[in-house]
Design a binder for this molecule. Structure first.
Ligand code: HEM
Length: 429
């Protein structure tokens, strides 16, 4: 077999800082395709060659299953879309996909505006008092509220956010997916079962929401999701949908506060296109090209899913190397997005890379914060809409000051977060 080069000694690939440092150092020695034997003896290949990543995730996807990295989140996500494989995944994806059509996601624009307005009201009182905002926590709360309102619609106010006791709040606070959350997860599943039963026995809500789409979805034999499947899919949607967008917005505000020219261009665009909430429509948001570029560049530097895995189901032959059957495969958008073979001056924050004149043409960019192929993120369009509306509305009202003036560091867990909270002082414009 033509195995890629790599070190003799056993080498672990996990979701932690040591893994990033190790992979970056191996990349210097061995290049963009590396073979290692894990301490448990498993054959493991790190793929950082843009063409081979594409080959595995898109053209040869049927030869690969979800990797062992996802097993860790099974306790929380059950057999929902992120974890499942094969026919179970295919059936669920086909049933869920229509909820994410552009047409349906546009029905959630009003919900996005409501969440931004309530954030703006809170930020205004903080600005008037001359206080600071813990942006990291603000973005977590914002994205969690938005995904919950998008799923539960009117039930959010009546059943979920009552007396300040949001049963989903621990999802935004607890980073550990370990035994300490078992009881909370069990209680959450019970709570979801009640909401589902309640919704099934009541009239359809007037407002569009994901819950009604998921409940009415049918497979090709006309069957609905069971309650257990529904609960797995709802928890999957919450976890997939908030931490990623929250993390991106957290970095986006940090970058805006530290790059005044970028801030100026975003402000100009928002004032021109989104000057009042009446102007917020999918057409106007689609015209926010600079905000799109800025967010794409934020995701290049800080992709929330910074590493993920697959498992080879059979042998495969790539351009220069072979992949053995039953090997663990790892990809890291964080490393690929900073590889200078693919990006010029990769450590530099420069939204113009994604402009119309950029040499990085859409479609063949060495860029995959949302993964590629059939397992590509379902929420990409939703998240850009959410993030552009959020930045566009809030930047018009607030200038963000970074008084710490210090890089917050990286926390490399299942998701990439800032190591210390990002704290900014809002000033009213
Ligand atoms: C900046 C925001 C986001 C990023 C960077 C992101 C990234 C990703 C990535 C990398 C995957 C695929 C992992 C793999 O191939 O193994 C994924 C899958 C998924 N994402 Fe996202 N995501 C984001 C936002 C969202 C949102 C807002 C939602 C829902 C509203 C969502 C729902 C999903 C779902 C359901 C999957 C599983 C798809 C499948 O396996 O069929 N994501 N996401």
């Amino acid at each position: 077999m033509r195995l890629p080069p790599g070190p003799e000694e056993p080498t672990a690939i996990n979701v932690d800082r040591e893994t990033l440092v190790r992979l970056q150092s191996l990349q210097k020695t061995y290049g963009n395709m590396i073979f290692v034997t894990a301490p448990n003896g498993r054959q493991t290949i790190f793929v950082n060659d843009a063409d081979e990543v594409r080959r595995i995730l898109v053209r040869r996807h049927s030869k690969y299953g979800k990797g062992r990295g996802f097993k860790r989140v099974e306790m929380l996500l059950g057999n929902g879309l992120i974890v499942s494989d094969g026919d179970v995944w295919r059936r669920a994806r086909t049933m869920i996909q229509p909820a994410f059509s552009r047409q349906n996601v546009h029905k959630l624009i009003e919900t996005m505006v409501v969440c931004c307005e309530s954030r703006a009201a809170h930020w205004a009182s903080v600005a008037e008092a001359g206080q600071t905002l813990t942006i990291t926590r603000e973005m977590s709360e914002f994205a969690l509220e938005l995904i919950l309102r998008s799923i539960f619609g009117e039930d959010y106010d009546t059943h979920i956010d009552i007396d300040g006791e949001n049963p989903f709040a621990f999802l935004s606070q607890e980073s550990a997916r370990d035994l300490s959350v078992v009881v909370k997860v069990r209680n959450l599943r019970e709570f979801l079962r009640e909401i589902i039963n309640n919704r099934k026995s009541s009239a359809a809500p007037e407002q569009y929401d994901f819950l009604s789409m998921y409940i009415s979805a049918t497979d090709k034999s006309g069957n609905h999701f069971s309650d257990r499947e529904l609960i797995d899919e709802l928890i999957t949607l919450i976890v997939a949908g908030y931490e990623t967008s929250a993390g991106t917005l957290n970095w986006a505000w940090y970058l805006i506060a530290n790059h005044s020219a970028v801030e100026g261009k975003l402000l100009e665009e928002a004032q021109e296109i989104l000057s009042s909430t009446n102007n917020i429509s999918f057409e106007s948001v689609a015209a926010m090209n600079y905000s799109q570029q800025m967010l794409e560049e934020t995701l290049r530097l800080y992709p929330p899913v910074w590493i993920y895995s697959r498992k080879s189901l059979q042998e495969d032959s790539l351009t220069n190397f072979d992949i053995p059957a039953d090997a663990d495969i790892f990809f890291s958008p964080y490393i690929l997005h900073r590889t200078d073979k693919y990006w010029s001056d990769p450590e530099q924050f420069d939204p113009d890379r994604f402009g119309a004149d950029s040499p990085y043409k859409k479609g063949d960019r060495p860029y995959y914060p949302f993964s590629l192929g059939p397992r590509r993120c379902l929420g990409e369009y939703f998240s850009f809409l959410e993030m552009k509306i959020h930045l566009g509305m809030l930047i018009q009202r607030f200038r963000m000051i970074d008084e710490a003036g210090k890089f917050p560091g990286l926390d490399l867990g299942i998701n990439l977060r800032s190591d210390s909270d990002i704290i900014l002082r809002p000033e009213l414009r």
